[in-house]
Design a protein around this ligand. Structure first.
Ligand SMILES: Cc1cc2nc3c(=O)[nH]c(=O)nc-3n(C[C@H](O)[C@H](O)[C@H](O)COP(=O)(O)O)c2cc1C
Length: 337
C-alpha cells in the first residue's frame, strides 16, 4: 500500500462527495454538509487547519531521548498511539454510500484495532440493527450518542455499548442544533449541567462529552462528573465561524489537566499535528476525514496504513523535540510557549 494509490482509489470511490485534495483543509468542499465539508463558508473547518499550523515546534537533537514510546493510557486502556479514530456516521448522505454504515465502521474499526488504537463510534440518523452491529464490531471502543432529547434512547445505547465491551460512552453535545435529526423524529438539543450529571451517573463506564469549545463548558462537564471531554467543533460541520480547536486546548488544559482526560480533534493530518496538540495540553487526538479516505481507498488496510504513518511521524517528531514518552510532551517543546 502507498499513499498515492490509496488516494487515487478513494478519489474514484468518493466521486461527488470528496475530492481527496493534496491537503485536506476544507477549501474545495466549503459548504458541503451533508458531504465531507464544513458548514456555511467552511470557515470553522479551515480555522482548525490554520490554528494548528500556527503552532511551531522547537527542534532539538542535543539530548538523549532516542527511543520514543508512543503508547499511552486512555480510559484505563493501554493503546499504542495517542491518535484515535473520530466518530463519523451517515455514510450514505456524507460519502455516497459506496460503503454502508456498517462497512465503513468495520473498516475504520479493524484498521484502528490493528494499529493498536481505539475507535470512537457515532450515532447515525437511522439508529438501527446495522448500527448496533457496527457498535459490536467496534468492541473496545468509545460510543458517542447524539444529544437526544429523549434520555431513554441515550441510556439504551449506553447499555448496548456496555454489553459490547465499550471502554467509555458519551454524547456529542455540539450536535444539539441538527435540524435533520428533528425532522426524522429524533429531536436533539443542548444539555444543562444537571442533565450532563444525570447521563454521567446513568452508566458504569467513563462518560465523555464531545464538542467542547471553551473553558467554561469544559469546567461544567468536569463538575458534572464527566471523565473526559473532546475539544471539537465537529470538524467545522455544525456552526460557521468558530475558532480553530487548537486555540482552545491550552486554556482548558490549564484548568483541567490531570483532573479529566482531554482530547481534541479538527484538522489533525499527521503525527506532527498530533504532537502539537499534545504539546498544547491534550491527552490524545482524534482523526476524522482522512480515515474515511483510508477506508474507501484501502479498507481496513488503508486505515491501518494511515495510523502507522501518523504514529511513525509522531515518533520521529518526539525524537526531534526531545521526548521519550507521551507524558514528557508539553508546551516546553513549542516556540514562544
Ligand atoms: C462525514 C462525517 C461524519 C461525522 N459524524 C459524526 C458523528 O456522528 N458524531 C460526532 O461526534 N462527530 C461526527 N463527525 C465529526 C468527527 O467526529 C470529528 O469531530 C471531525 O471530523 C474532526 O475533524 P477532521 O475531520 O478535520 O479530522 C463527523 C465528521 C464527518 C466528516
Amino acid at each position: 500500500m502507498d499513499l498515492l494509490t490509496l488516494k487515487a482509489e478513494a478519489r474514484k470511490k468518493l466521486a461527488g462527495y470528496c475530492r481527496v485534495c493534496p491537503i485536506c483543509n476544507g477549501k474545495s468542499c466549503a459548504g458541503e454538509v451533508p458531504g465531507m465539508g464544513g458548514i456555511g463558508t467552511g470557515s470553522s473547518f479551515a480555522e482548525n487547519i490554520t490554528a494548528l499550523s500556527s503552532v511551531k515546534l522547537n527542534l532539538t537533537a542535543i539530548h538523549d531521548a532516542s527511543t520514543p514510546d508512543t503508547a499511552t493510557l486512555v480510559f484505563g486502556q493501554y493503546i499504542s498511539t495517542p491518535i484515535m479514530a473520530a466518530p463519523m456516521v451517515n455514510s450514505r448522505m456524507n460519502t455516497g454510500g459506496g460503503l454502508t454504515e456498517k462497512e465503513l465502521a468495520e473498516a475504520i474499526t479493524a484498521g484502528t484495532h490493528q494499529a493498536g488504537s481505539l475507535t470512537w463510534l457515532g450515532d447515525p440518523i437511522d439508529t438501527n440493527y446495522e448500527w448496533f452491529n457496527a457498535m459490536q464490531a467496534a468492541g473496545r471502543g468509545v460510543v458517542i450518542v447524539k444529544p437526544r432529547v429523549n434520555h431513554d434512547h441515550i441510556i439504551e445505547a449506553f447499555v448496548r455499548a456496555e454489553q459490547f465491551g465499550a471502554v467509555a460512552v458519551g454524547i456529542d453535545v455540539d450536535g444539539a442544533g441538527l435540524i435533520t435529526m428533528k425532522l426524522r423524529g429524533q429531536a436533539v438539543g443542548p444539555k444543562t449541567k444537571q442533565q450532563i450529571a444525570e447521563l454521567a451517573k446513568s452508566t458504569k463506564l467513563p462518560f465523555v462529552v464531545k464538542g467542547i469549545m471553551n473553558v467554561a463548558d469544559a469546567v461544567k462537564c468536569a463538575e458534572a462528573g464527566a471523565a473526559g471531554i473532546v475539544i471539537s467543533n465537529h470538524g467545522g460541520r455544525v456552526l460557521d465561524y468558530t475558532c480553530g480547536t487548537a486555540s482552545v486546548v491550552p486554556g482548558v488544559a490549564r484548568e483541567l489537566k490531570g483532573r479529566i482526560e482531554i482530547f481534541v480533534d479538527g484538522g489533525v493530518r499527521s503525527g506532527v499535528d498530533a504532537l502539537k496538540m499534545l504539546a498544547l495540553g491534550a491527552d490524545g487526538v482524534l482523526v476524522g476525514r482522512p480515515l474515511i479516505i483510508g477506508a474507501y481507498g484501502g479498507g481496513a488496510a488503508g486505515v491501518r496504513y494511515l495510523f502507522d504513518k501518523y504514529t511513525e511521524e509522531l515518533g520521529s517528531g518526539m525524537i526531534l523535540t526531545g521526548c521519550n514518552t507521551i507524558k514528557q510532551i508539553d508546551s516546553g517543546i513549542l516556540i514562544n510557549s
